[in-house]
Structures are given as structure tokens and as C-alpha cells.
Design a protein around this ligand. Structure first.
Ligand code: ADP
Length: 411
């Protein structure tokens, strides 16, 4: 018994010593691991057993992380280098519109201070009311044009991440100066041409009264061409005026019934009962009052709708129906013209509002068109924050819709 007891006791003692050594070994390795983790390197401590595997796995993880970090740093460096080199001002804003980062072009454009302005709200640094309103409205679909330090700028705001914004701004002063020069040139040339044309028209009328039979036909043709030239010049001057006019005064309220009745009566007089022209003003939302007014320039809108109706008369065979319509709906008001005329091929529609673009030049000329009507319509609508939508099918007819979204005057 005594022998068995002594053997058991010494086994327990041996076991206890082995366990203590094992634990001490682990504690020792844990301590070494802690030291290695503080400053990981390729050189791992001399270990064996499970610790060898632990070091191997940890070192692989560390290597992968280091590689990913290097790649990220290099991407970030490349991004910063390229945005630094961009001629466009680039600014990164956080959720609260505070500046997180900007490139040297932004520093020059807005006189930012690299040390002090990071962390500042952008509207404290760019105080132009146009920019502040743009920022407040949070509608960044269209770029903003505004002036800073006598420079014309165009600015885009792109949302990204979690409520952050990337601003990119470009100096378009020289472009807009060129545009001004082009506009002035067209306007001056048109005005200069008008005086000799008036003199020529006078002489042609005089000659027509006194001409013999032989000269009558050529003189009539000359007179027709001068009328055409006069029309082109008048429309070029109208376009130049639209381009250089001050912004539309949206406090001006226009009664839709009065406006469309004026356009309708003018068209009836021009058409001389060749077509069936109707005026329809309706409401698509039952129980809701028809938007009875528009805000903006009466003369400009009259000119736009008149152009659409004149086109419909021009490109619709006699006796067909033409409708001048106004519809108010949940998202705004649509005013347009629908005809049962020659229609327009799908491929021409995107180019119709370009100056002098015609689908069929011969037909346009024959009908007294100048190729400027839809360019004028587009300009007027742009000035009123409205848009033009064209639906058409060759041989069936066309519908030109001018869309005035709700609160378009506040844009
Ligand atoms: P134009 O003075 O030649 O009519 P516009 O700028 O008003 O010039 O129109 C451009 C072209 O669009 C026209 O030449 C014509 O081909 C086409 N167009 C315009 N309105 C209509 C319409 N209602 N039906 C068919 N084609 C049209």
C-alpha cells in the first residue's frame, strides 16, 4: 500500500512539474510573441511546435496587410498626384460641408490657405450668394456658373461615399469672352446687314411698280429673297438678344389663357383657314386647379409658342388638325403643339434645336423657314428653366412639349 501510495504521489508530482514547465514555456512564448507583435519583422524567434505555426500564420497575415497598405498608399499617392496636377480646382467636402482636402488649383482659384482652411465650412470661404444658394438647395444635377475674383467659373458637385462631396471647378473666363465675341459679331453683322437690305427693298418696290412685263418675274424673285433675308436677320437678332439679355424676371406673372389665346389668334390669322387649329387647356389631375399662370417673360414665351405653332402650320398638309394645348399635372405644366403633319425621323430629333438645322432644307425654304425657330424656342425655355420634348413619327405627325416643372422659377 505504502509503495502504491509513494508511486502515485511521485506520478502526481511529476505531472505537476511537467504541467508547470509546459505553462512556463507557453507564458515565455506568449511574452516573446507580445514583443514581436510590437515590432513585427521577418526574423521570428526560434520556436517549435504550435508556436512555430502561430508565428508562420501571423507573419503571412502581416505580410498580406503590409502589401495591401502599400497598394492603398500608392493608389492614394497617385490620386493625390493626379488631382494636384489637374488644372481644375478639386475640393473634398465632408457631410457638414467642411473642407477635407483641396488641390493647388483650388488654392489659387479661391485664395484658400492650406494651413487654415482645411476643416472650415466652404460657404464661409466662398460667400457668393449664387454658390451659397446652390449649396443650400442640394440639387446638383446641373453645374453652376458664377463669378469669383472677376473670373467666370463653372462648378460641379458630385456626391460620393457617406454624404461627402467632390467639387470640381473650372475657369471659363476666356471661353465666355470668346462666346461674347461670337455673340457680338453675329449681332453687329445682323444689324449692319439690315440697313442695306432696307435700302434694297425700297428700290426693288420702286422698280416693281415701274417695271415692264419682262422684268416682273425676276424682280418678284428678288423681292421674295429679300423678305427671306430680312426674316433670317430678324431671327438672328432675336437669338442674340436672348443670349445677352439679363436673367428672366420671374416675379412677372403671366396668365396662361391670355398668352395662349394671343398665340392662337395670331396663328388663325396667319393660317387663313388652311388647317383646323384648336386650343385645348385642360387639367390631368381631377379636383386640382389648373395651374393658371406661368412666371417669366410674356414676350419670350409668346415668341416660343408662336414658333412651334408656325412650324406645325408649315409642316402639316392642309385641312389637318393642329392643337395648341396646356395641361397641368402633378409635376408641373406642359404647354405644347400637336400636329398631324409630315413628322420627323427619329435620328433628326436630337439636332433639331441647332441653328440652321433642317430635316428637309428644300421644304423648309419653300415654306418660308429660316432654320432658327427651334433654336429660339430652346433658348427661351432654357432661360425659364423649362425643357423641350419632341415626339414624332414620319408621316403621322409631331408633338412638341414645353415642360415647366413645379417651382421652375426658383431654380
Ligand atoms: P425652320 O425655320 O426651317 O422651320 P426650325 O428651327 O423651326 O426651322 O425647325 C427645324 C427643322 O425641324 C425644320 O426645318 C423642320 O425640318 C423640322 N420641324 C420643325 N417643326 C416641325 C413640325 N411640326 N413637323 C415636322 N418637322 C418639323
Amino acid at each position: 500500500m505504502l509503495l502504491i501510495g509513494m508511486i502515485t504521489e511521485s506520478v502526481f508530482l511529476l505531472l505537476f512539474i511537467a504541467l508547470a514547465v509546459y505553462l512556463a514555456w507557453h507564458l515565455f512564448n506568449l511574452n516573446r510573441l507580445h514583443k514581436w507583435l510590437v515590432n513585427p519583422s521577418k526574423k521570428t524567434p526560434e520556436v517549435f511546435g504550435i508556436w512555430d505555426d502561430v508565428y508562420y500564420q501571423l507573419y503571412q497575415l502581416f505580410k498580406r496587410q503590409r502589401k495591401a497598405r502599400r497598394r492603398l498608399t500608392s493608389i492614394l499617392n497617385r490620386f493625390q498626384k493626379s488631382t494636384r496636377a489637374l488644372p481644375y480646382a478639386t475640393i473634398v467636402l465632408n457631410k457638414s460641408n467642411e473642407i477635407e482636402w483641396f488641390n493647388p488649383a483650388a488654392r489659387l482659384m479661391f485664395n484658400f490657405n492650406s494651413g487654415m482652411d482645411v476643416g472650415q465650412r466652404i460657404d464661409n470661404l466662398i460667400r457668393q450668394p449664387k454658390f451659397v444658394n446652390y449649396l443650400l438647395k442640394k440639387d446638383f444635377q446641373k453645374p453652376l456658373k458664377f463669378q469669383v475674383n472677376q473670373r467666370q467659373l463653372i462648378l460641379n458637385m458630385t456626391p460620393y461615399g457617406d454624404g461627402q462631396y467632390l467639387i470640381s471647378a473650372r475657369d471659363i473666363t476666356s471661353l465666355s469672352q470668346l462666346d461674347d465675341m461670337r455673340r457680338d459679331f453675329i449681332s453687329n453683322a445682323s444689324h449692319e446687314l439690315r440697313t442695306p437690305l432696307t435700302v434694297m427693298t425700297g428700290y426693288i418696290e420702286f422698280l416693281q411698280h415701274n417695271a415692264d412685263e419682262q422684268l416682273k418675274v425676276p424682280l418678284d424673285m428678288i423681292q421674295q429673297q429679300t423678305v427671306r433675308m430680312n426674316k433670317i436677320i430678324t431671327e438672328l437678332i432675336d437669338l442674340a438678344k436672348l443670349e445677352s439679355a439679363a436673367a428672366v424676371d420671374f416675379s412677372n406673372v403671366i396668365d396662361i389663357h391670355t398668352l395662349l389665346n394671343d398665340v392662337y389668334n395670331e396663328a388663325i390669322a396667319l393660317d387663313q383657314e388652311q388647317h383646323h387649329i384648336e386650343l385645348v387647356i385642360e387639367n390631368e389631375v381631377p379636383g386640382k386647379e389648373l395651374a393658371s399662370h406661368l412666371n417669366g417673360s410674356y414676350e419670350e414665351l409668346r415668341m416660343a409658342f408662336s414658333n412651334l405653332l408656325t412650324n406645325a402650320i408649315r409642316y402639316t398638309p392642309d385641312a389637318e388638325t393642329i392643337t395648341l394645348f396646356a395641361t397641368s399635372h402633378d409635376t408641373g405644366t406642359t404647354i405644347g403643339v400637336k400636329d398631324e403633319g409630315v413628322g420627323i425621323g427619329y435620328e433628326h430629333i436630337p439636332r433639331l434645336t441647332e441653328r440652321f438645322y433642317r430635316v428637309d432644307e428644300g421644304r423648309s425654304r419653300e415654306q418660308g423657314g429660316t432654320g432658327l425657330g427651334l433654336a429660339i424656342v430652346k433658348h427661351v425655355l432654357d432661360r425659364h428653366n423649362a425643357s423641350l420634348h419632341i415626339l414624332s413619327e414620319p408621316g403621322k405627325g409631331s408633338t412638341f412639349c414645353c415642360e415647366f416643372p413645379l417651382n421652375y422659377e426658383e431654380y
